[in-house]
Design a binder for this molecule. Structure first.
Ligand SMILES: CC(C)(COP(=O)(O)OP(=O)(O)OC[C@H]1O[C@@H](n2cnc3c(N)ncnc32)[C@H](O)[C@@H]1OP(=O)(O)O)[C@@H](O)C(=O)NCCC(=O)NCCS
Length: 142
């Protein structure tokens, strides 16, 4: 089934009175997959970088982040999570393509990710190739 859910940038508190709730939900979604993440530092980080979310029935069901390195040569995909009941409907790949487009607009030449083992095939399908750091980091030229 193809997804029909829109993907948006995490709004700021000025833009949306529900911004804090959306941020909290997105952080909890990430933490459900990566329990080691500390909610407090995670939420601060999600606010300061580019974070995408998708909402269904009032709840955040997917999120994805993009960190741009200070030298502006490389962008890093972070905290890519689609809630299990929404997986395999193109939400994950849509978010990645949006973040790639954002990075390209900024003049970034390479986008990278450090995938968990079970997600390697997902990134390979999107054109990411292993190589650096003993094949831990996967890169894609933009
Ligand atoms: C990995 C993840 C983000 C993929 O999101 P998704 O919305 O299910 O992916 P999509 O539906 O966009 O899939 C795109 C393609 O990749 C394939 N794919 C999806 N997950 C895959 C996986 N884990 N391994 C191999 N291929 C995968 C799909 O079949 C699809 O192929 P197609 O284009 O031939 O149909 C999602 O499964 C997830 O959140 N997993 C748990 C958290 C996680 O591992 N995050 C990544 C951390 S680096």
């Amino acid at each position: 089934m193809q997804h029909t859910l829109p993907v948006i940038e995490l709004p700021s508190a000025d833009e949306d009175p529900n911004a804090a709730t959306l941020l909290r939900e997105a952080a909890h979604l990430v933490r459900s997959e990566f329990p080691a993440k500390k909610i407090k530092s995670l939420t601060a980080h999600m606010q300061s970088r580019l974070t995408l979310i998708s909402i269904d029935k009032g709840s955040v069901v997917a999120t994805a982040g993009l960190e741009i390195e200070s030298d502006c040569q490389r962008a890093i995909l972070e905290d890519i999570v689609v809630a299990s009941e929404y997986q395999r409907r193109s939400l994950g790949s849509s978010m990645i393509k949006m973040l790639e487009a954002k990075a390209r607009e900024t003049g970034i030449a390479t986008i990278s990710v450090t995938p968990v083992r079970s997600a390697v095939g997902f990134y390979e399908r999107l054109g990411y190739e292993s190589g650096r750091w003993g094949n831990i980091i996967f890169d894609k030229a933009l």
